[in-house]
Design a protein around this ligand. Structure first.
Ligand code: C2E
Ligand code: MG
Ligand code: MG
Ligand code: MG
Length: 277
């Protein structure tokens, strides 16, 4: 219905803005209601490691991913609602939901023979990490429930840029509690390579955008090879995200990457799904 010339195109543009604005409003009020009525859920996507001896894959943990089904809007993806939560101050509430569900899930998983010792990774957004009480909440959580030590925090490169000393200090304290830290979407941000060696990281997660065309794009292959070498020389684990094809898995194995996550190996599913395995 966009007109090609004249004021009509301006009209279209502003009504598009209006639509975006309305959608954001709906998401924001929907999210508030979802928090209040406990309508947010967490799905778990498995992460695997390859055994040196027999080449078999073992599940070592899960990533907790928020899922939201709104009665009016239907399913809304985290890619859409997380940015709205960020700008409307709802991120702390969402974080609490994920934290509570993740810790409860750890206890349930550990009672299952396949998943003893499994970790659960949660995604941390920059605003939370900069929160004054960020460390203390984990300290309290671990005191209340030792299962919280099996939490792994996924941070992004952008968090490492500002105030590197404070970030490093907080990260040290978190690892002393027993939590582990992993760098998500690695390679897509400003790689603060000089900081990497100072930070108590356990793992780099190769962003799925590099894995997607690994077999056909020499640049992606070169980037992955570089990340794997970097991780090795820093003594870090390296996990490839977004593994969808057996050929990608095989190539990653040849390149020395031994940890994987992706639709080929398991989609994000509710806890109950994994407990039935
Ligand atoms: P992420 O942390 O990089 O999570 C991985 C995303 O890739 C997930 O999307 C997952 O479903 C998807 N994925 C996994 N395997 C494959 C694959 O083989 N192929 C493809 N194409 N995709 C795959 P999802 O669940 O839509 O989440 C998107 C992003 O939203 C996450 O990216 C994360 O940054 C953010 N997010 C999700 N849950 C939370 C949360 O609880 N807190 C925060 N702060 N962010 C979250
Ligand atoms: Mg993640
Ligand atoms: Mg990622
Ligand atoms: Mg991502």
């Amino acid at each position: 219905q966009a007109k090609l010339v004249g004021p009509g195109s301006v009209q279209f543009y502003s009504s598009q803005l209006q639509q975006d604005f309305n959608r954001r409003q709906q998401i924001e009020s929907g999210l508030r209601a979802a928090v209040a009525h406990d309508r947010l859920t967490v799905y778990l996507q498995p992460q695997f490691t390859r055994n040196e001896q027999d080449d078999a894959l073992t599940c070592v943990g899960f990533e907790a991913l928020l899922r939201w089904y709104d009665p009016q809007l239907g399913p809304v993806s985290p890619g859409e609602f997380i940015p709205v939560a960020e700008t409307s101050g709802l991120m702390p509430q969402l974080h609490q939901v994920v934290l509570a569900k993740a810790v409860a899930a750890i206890e349930r998983l550990h009672s299952h023979p396949n998943y003893s010792g499994c970790s659960i990774a949660i995604n941390i957004s920059a605003s939370q990490f900069n929160d004054a009480g960020f460390y203390q909440q984990f300290e309290r959580l671990v005191e209340q429930n030792p299962a919280a030590k099996y939490l792994e925090l996924e941070l992004t490169e952008s968090m490492l840029i500002s105030d590197a000393d404070r970030v490093a200090a907080v990260m040290d304290e978190l690892t002393h509690l027993g939590l582990s830290l992993s760098l998500d979407d690695f390679g897509t941000g400003y790689s603060a390579l000089s900081y990497l060696k100072r930070l108590p990281l356990k793992q780099l997660k190769i962003d799925q955008s590099f894995v997607r065309d690994l077999l056909s794009d020499r640049n992606d292959e070169a980037i992955i090879a570089t990340i794997v070498a970097l991780a090795k020389s820093l003594g870090l684990q390296v996990l490839a995200e977004g593994v969808e094809e057996p050929s990608q898995l095989e190539r990653l194995r040849e390149m020395g990457c031994t940890r994987y996550q992706g639709f080929l190996l398991g989609h994000p599913e509710p806890l109950e799904h994994w407990l039935k395995q």
